[in-house]
Design a protein around this ligand. Structure first.
Ligand SMILES: Nc1nc2c(c(=O)[nH]1)N[C@H]1C(S)=C(S)[C@@H](COP(=O)(O)OP(=O)(O)OC[C@H]3O[C@@H](n4cnc5c(N)ncnc54)[C@H](O)[C@@H]3O)O[C@H]1N2
Ligand code: MOO
Length: 505
């Protein structure tokens, strides 16, 4: 564990008693012990509760309705109590229930199931990159679609030597020539270019470097076997062959293959359209921090990060702490996904929860047992007038920048994968090279770099300094976030890692 981790509040938690540490961070987030009550916070649905020893309330937990699907109620889901309603001030309906203080793995799982896939679209090739095929790619033609020369040289008929055409200036058969080449009788040869149609009757192609010619006769010491350097029609595929299954990521080579196989448009799962709402009057958008104000570190990072995750950000709005502007943005959005930063807590200018209540949004998750980032939330806005399906989702990221990124990988990433029809991310693991202190109760996400020193096929992860919730210095050099379970881990332990999307490994 690096020295600078003393700066990490999560480690501070592990160093003190849990209750004292919770007080230090005001850890009453979504827990039934409120900060005002001074009681140590108690999760509403503890992991132990899942074994049936916890709060009995969630045994009868209702199921969550969302979109067209219904999820079985997870066991950490509990109906809200009047006491919760009191201190949250959110609109309360008996049928409304949501999960507080959700264990980190469950939160990711829930976010992945909180939506359905968006309807598919037929996009022109130049817009289809980074989408997912929603229909198989079946060849619309044979490939190659005609017998093709694989080399520059001569199309020859028979074993040779061969007679060349009378016009020595003739370029012969060229790629792309629209008229079909005339038949080639036995003992004749004609110059041919790579990619040109093979004349009927040709038995092989002789490469230029293998031929000797006086202008009228062609000889070779490399007599070509029949078929040499001819790509026969249908060698790569026949019309109707399945080239790629639905679910394939549209990469640059997939675009190329689709074009080769005759496609102008591809049927793909729509990528969710996202809006980012950056909240906070303290934020500057240019220049050096001054007069108690700081630079917005999330506005510049979120659009490209969301894009890596599979969403397209249509706009990033900087709304300050203007409750009306936030209401307007939330009430009128046409996006599939809203991502807010800051304002998840209950400070005097934290307008997010009141705004969600005002527009009649359903809070699905309020607080996740993860450090940093525990105040993150997930909500579903009401369906837009005249729109089909459910309303857009809203992911509320905490304001501390590393906490916001934690919310991004915990709630936004799985939700976007589902909306965009992306396959479930593969689990990745790495061996930690140092001891990592844990939070007593919550999962920690810690920036790590893979060490390259060892000639070892196992990924080794070294934790990075400057990993406090308000810091980006550590994650800026990270290749992944390590998932440190409650209680921490010793050096040499294999832990789950969440690779950062721009590091291919
Ligand atoms: N009484 C309590 N106070 C706080 C708790 C708590 O449980 N009880 N949790 C703390 C934790 S942990 C976090 S994280 C934050 C979450 O608060 P908000 O989501 O309401 O965020 P803000 O208060 O707006 O901002 C927190 C912090 O982050 C800075 N910030 C905000 N936006 C940006 C940005 N775009 N770029 C850079 N920095 C940003 C902001 O200035 C604050 O310093 O609540 C704690 N408090
Ligand atoms: O530690 Mo807070 O959880 O910074 O997000």
């Amino acid at each position: 564990m690096s020295g600078a981790d003393e700066l990490d509040e999560a480690v501070a938690l592990a160093n003190g008693s849990a209750a004292a540490a919770m007080r230090r961070t005001g850890g009453g987030h979504g827990a039934s012990g409120t900060p005002e009550s001074g009681e140590p916070p108690r999760p509403r649905a503890s992991a132990a509760g899942r074994e049936g020893t916890g709060d009995g309330a969630h045994r009868d937990a209702p199921s969550v309705q969302h979109g067209d699907d219904e999820l079985a109620a997870p066991d950490w889901l509990s109906p809200r109590t009047s006491r919760d309603a009191g201190h949250r001030g959110a609109r309360e309906e008996p049928s409304q229930s949501h999960a507080h203080d959700v264990p980190w793995p469950d939160a990711r799982d829930f976010a992945a199931r909180a939506a359905g896939r968006l309807p598919s679209r037929a996009l022109p090739l130049d817009e289809a990159l980074n989408h997912t095929l929603d229909a198989p790619l079946d060849a619309l033609t044979d490939l190659p679609s005609f017998d093709t020369s694989a080399m520059d040289g001569w199309a020859v008929s028979g074993p040779g030597p061969w007679t060349l055409p009378e016009d020595p200036a003739s370029a012969g058969v060229l790629a792309g020539a629209t008229s079909e080449p005339g038949p080639l009788p036995d003992g004749r040869a004609v110059p041919i270019a790579t990619g040109a149609r093979i004349p009927p009757g040709a038995s092989a192609v002789l490469r230029y470097e293998y031929g000797e010619t006086d202008g009228t006769r062609l000889r070779t010491a490399h007599r070509p076997q029949p078929g040499t350097d001819i790509r026969p029609r249908g060698q790569e595929c026949r019309s109707g062959d399945r080239l790629l299954p639905a679910g394939t990521q549209v990469t640059p080579p997939v675009l190329g293959l689709a074009a080769a196989a005759g496609y102008d448009r591809l049927t793909v799962a729509a990528r969710p359209r996202a809006e980012v709402l950056v909240l906070g009057d303290e934020l500057l958008h240019r220049g050096v921090p001054r007069d108690g104000r700081i630079r917005d570190a999330l506005g510049p990072a979120l659009a490209p990060w969301l894009s890596e995750l599979g969403a397209d950000v249509i706009v990033t709005r900087r709304l300050g702490d203007d409750a009306e502007a936030l209401h307007e943005a939330v009430a009128t959005t046409t996006a599939d996904l809203l991502v807010t930063t800051g304002g998840t807590a209950r400070g005097p200018v934290d307008h997010l929860r009141p705004t969600l209540a005002r527009v009649g949004a359903r809070l699905l998750i309020e607080g996740v047992r993860v450090r940093p980032g525990h105040p993150m939330l997930l909500a579903r806005l009401p369906r837009r007038h005249g729109a089909e399906g459910g309303g857009p989702h809203l992911v509320g990221l905490p304001g501390n920048p590393l906490a916001a990124l934690s919310g991004l990988v915990t709630l936004a990433a799985p939700l976007i994968r589902t909306l965009a029809g992306l396959p479930t991310a593969r689990g990745a693991f790495a061996l930690l090279t140092d001891d990592v202190q844990g939070h007593p109760r919550d999962t920690r996400l810690v920036p790590v770099a893979f060490s390259t020193a060892e000639a070892d096929t196992r990924s080794r992860a070294r934790t990075l300094r400057y990993n406090g919730p308000a810091m980006l210095r550590g994650v800026a050099t990270a290749t992944a976030l390590a998932v440190v379970p409650p209680g921490g881990v010793r050096a040499g332990t294999d832990v789950q890692v969440l690779p950062l999307p721009w590091f291919a490994w």
